[in-house]
Design a protein around this ligand. Structure first.
Ligand code: SF4
Ligand code: SF4
Length: 434
């Protein structure tokens, strides 16, 4: 029998009250429409209700009681990628990410999704992502499926296509043999003269499916004189939760990470995933109404750095080898729009000696957006098509990016188009150069 849920404490009650979109947030929209062409869902669907301006208007209507939180509202808010391209385009400084994440929190609290969706969302967000041992068990099961011959058999027989699951199945990442979890608690020493000391947030999906990206980041940091520690009791950063409206769950995870990473010996908290970095840089906002954690969250937020941001600011030791390839760079939304980091990844690419060719609209979303490519698969694939057109036009040998979700989506895009190019995280390319 499950234990009865604990009564919410004062911090939880005050924080939940701060989860509603406020007049101060949405009244900054002056309805000019300059964000429309930057919005992937507006470009693909062409409907005002699927534009930033239209969504802000719906949130206002709900907040003033003129529109119910019903299927229509939920559909338009669910379709948003939370890519925040509209924030970059907006001349009025609308903080759209804060509005949509609060709208989703409202939906989570006041709208009843169909039974199966509710169960799956609860299990994924409240159980699997909270417990890394359970996540590891699931990852091992998927790895067994991928390596036992079952995957090849199901693909060859066409059964997945028959069930309408072929597209989704191809989006699942190849699971690693060894997970980054096994290295929690390890310290990786710096090489040469010490230039820094950092803690690494390994990430949830990154730890089981992209541990090589974490390893590459560690090796590159070591080569640049930085000692790297992977704190043992760290958990998921809460980005997927915050984006899906599970803000109380995101706060629980944030509080845990505040404790785990509270060590003045680290100059920075490094992440290789743009989505994680963006959310961790917003812990101060997430925990603003929690009197016990608000100050700690501000200190934490100030130390969070994307690995590309940290390395570019540190200054690379000259890499001994160059990469001779035509490379295009896909800006992850939560790096370009969430953290406003554009130059650092490009500086690192230039230091590797690559021929950098810019695709058109490199900061437009590829359609990955956390779990969006699964929950809104059809729309996500239409958005991906635009991205693949832009990539095809520059014919790169390598597509570089800085977020594991983008890597998966772009690989799926290449496979759909039967195009050939390598998709790599920037630290993987740097790792080759050292
Ligand atoms: S976050 Fe992205 S998808 Fe959502 S409204 Fe803004 S531009 Fe459109
Ligand atoms: S650009 Fe900004 S102010 Fe203009 S409609 Fe879009 S969100 Fe509103």
């Amino acid at each position: 029998m499950n234990a009865p849920a604990a009564a919410p404490n004062r911090a939880e009650i005050e924080s939940a009250a701060s989860d509603r979109p406020t007049w101060e947030l949405y009244s900054t929209c002056i309805h000019c429409g300059l964000c429309l062409s930057a919005c992937p869902t507006y470009r693909v669907l062409g409907t005002e209700m699927d534009s930033p301006r239209g969504r802000i208007h719906q949130v206002l209507e709900v907040d003033s009681g003129r529109l119910p939180i019903a299927d229509d509202f939920v559909t338009h808010i669910d379709r948003c990628l939370d890519c925040r391209a509209c924030e970059t385009a907006c001349p009025s400084g609308v903080q759209y990410g804060r509005i949509v994440e609060r709208a989703r929190a409202m939906i989570e609290q006041e709208y009843e999704r169909p039974w199966l969706a509710r169960c799956l969302r609860d299990y994924f967000f409240r159980t699997v992502l909270r417990d890394y041992r359970l996540l590891a068990r699931w990852a091992r099961a998927v790895r067994w499926y991928q390596h036992s011959g079952l995957q090849a058999l199901l693909r060859a027989t066409g059964l997945l296509r028959l069930l309408g699951l072929a597209g989704l199945e191809r989006l699942a990442p190849a699971m690693d043999e060894r997970f980054t979890f096994e290295e929690f608690g390890y310290v990786f020493p710096h090489e040469g003269e010490q230039r820094g000391r950092v803690a690494l947030l390994a990430g949830c999906v990154a730890s089981v499916a992209f541990s090589e990206v974490n390893h590459a980041a560690i090796r590159v940091l070591q080569k640049n004189g930085v000692e790297v520690f992977i704190p043992e009791a760290q958990g998921c950063c809460g980005a997927l939760h915050a984006h899906a409206g599970f803000r109380e769950e995101a706060r629980r995870l944030a509080r845990r990470n505040l404790k785990v990473f509270a060590d003045d010996r680290f100059q920075a908290i490094i992440t290789t995933a743009a989505g994680c970095g963006s959310t961790m840089k917003e812990y101060a906002d997430l925990l603003a109404a929690d009197p016990e954690c608000a100050e700690e969250a501000k200190k934490f937020t100030a130390k969070v750095k994307d690995v590309t941001e940290y390395l570019a600011a540190l200054g690379l030791r000259p890499p001994p080898h160059k990469i001779q390839a035509r490379v295009t760079y896909q800006d992850p939304c939560h790096l370009a729009h969430g953290q406003r980091i554009h130059a650092a990844p490009r500086e690192l690419l230039k230091a590797m000696g690559v021929e950098l060719v810019e695709m058109a609209h490199s900061d437009q979303c590829c359609g990955s957006a956390g779990s969006y490519n699964i929950t809104q698969n059809e729309l996500s694939m239409r958005i991906l098509e635009e991205k693949m057109d832009a990539i095809d036009a520059v014919k790169p040998d390598v597509i570089a990016t800085a977020n594991v979700g983008c890597i998966l989506q772009l690989r799926a895009g290449l496979a759909r188009r039967r195009m050939h190019a390598e998709v790599r995280h920037i630290v993987e390319l740097l790792d080759r150069c050292y």
